[in-house]
Ligand binder design. Sequence first.
Ligand SMILES: Nc1ncnc2c1ncn2[C@@H]1O[C@H](COP(=O)(O)OP(=O)(O)OP(=O)(O)O)[C@@H](O)[C@H]1O
Length: 266
Amino acid sequence: MTIAESSPAGAGASTRNPVLEARRLVKTFGRVVGLDGVSLQLYPGEVLAVIGDNGAGKSTLIKCLTGAYIPDEGQLLLDGQEVHFKRPQDARAAGIETVYQNLAVSPALDVASNLFLGRERRRPGVLGSVFRALDTAGMRKDARAEVQRLGISTLQDVTVPVENLSGGQRQAVAVARAAAFGSKVVILDEPTAALGVRESNMVLELIERLREHGVPVILISHNMPHVFQVADRIHIQRLGKRAATITPQSHSMTDAVAIMTGAATA
Ligand SMILES: Nc1ncnc2c1ncn2[C@@H]1O[C@H](COP(=O)(O)OP(=O)(O)OP(=O)(O)O)[C@@H](O)[C@H]1O
């Protein structure tokens, strides 16, 4: 087996089927080739990092996986079934949740309301159906349970407005929302880019927590130490192509940077 085809770590992993798979995706923008036949596999319960220099095609790849772009060629498979996402809502409905760098949390709302953003629950009876009253108590109860289930100790009180939280806690709210309610895949775009050391560690721990809960994660990051700390495998993009897929065990950070920049091959 070549490195580029390396299967995920863990006993029997090579016999498992990917949760999400991209096959030979092509995406062009006029004469600019964003993706040039890129394949990617995400296996159950793994953290797959996607790294690459500026313009290597990371964002284009993620946008094709999440329905923001429709690839010109290639296939996308979720649980082995081919899917055709026409818009981000399609990917979300299929269980692919994405947390973008510019956080989509609502500062004025509390933690519970943020977890239920876009899927708010109404009170039963006429209060809900006619007066559109929200089931705040029920949502808070379920938000508390979800935060506990995911082991997010940094979010003790779900009634606190998000604007009162630290950057790391806000990121935790966004990640919790993506991971809650049975999502199949969580994609995190530069989740630690704007955070300090302590807060970054909090988010990295949260990513490990998601893995423990069996939620596979795709992590796009420029931060090599963070990638090497949490990733099971590392997909390296270069000039619109997949240059290699390596592991923190098989390669060093220096090796990864060399592959990224074209100074070395896997
Ligand atoms: N909407 C677009 N229109 C035209 N060209 C685009 C568009 N989106 C991406 N590209 C081009 O496709 C290529 C890949 O870009 P992409 O943004 O996917 O790279 P990236 O790895 O995410 O880079 P960065 O780390 O800088 O965000 C680049 O050459 C970029 O200029």
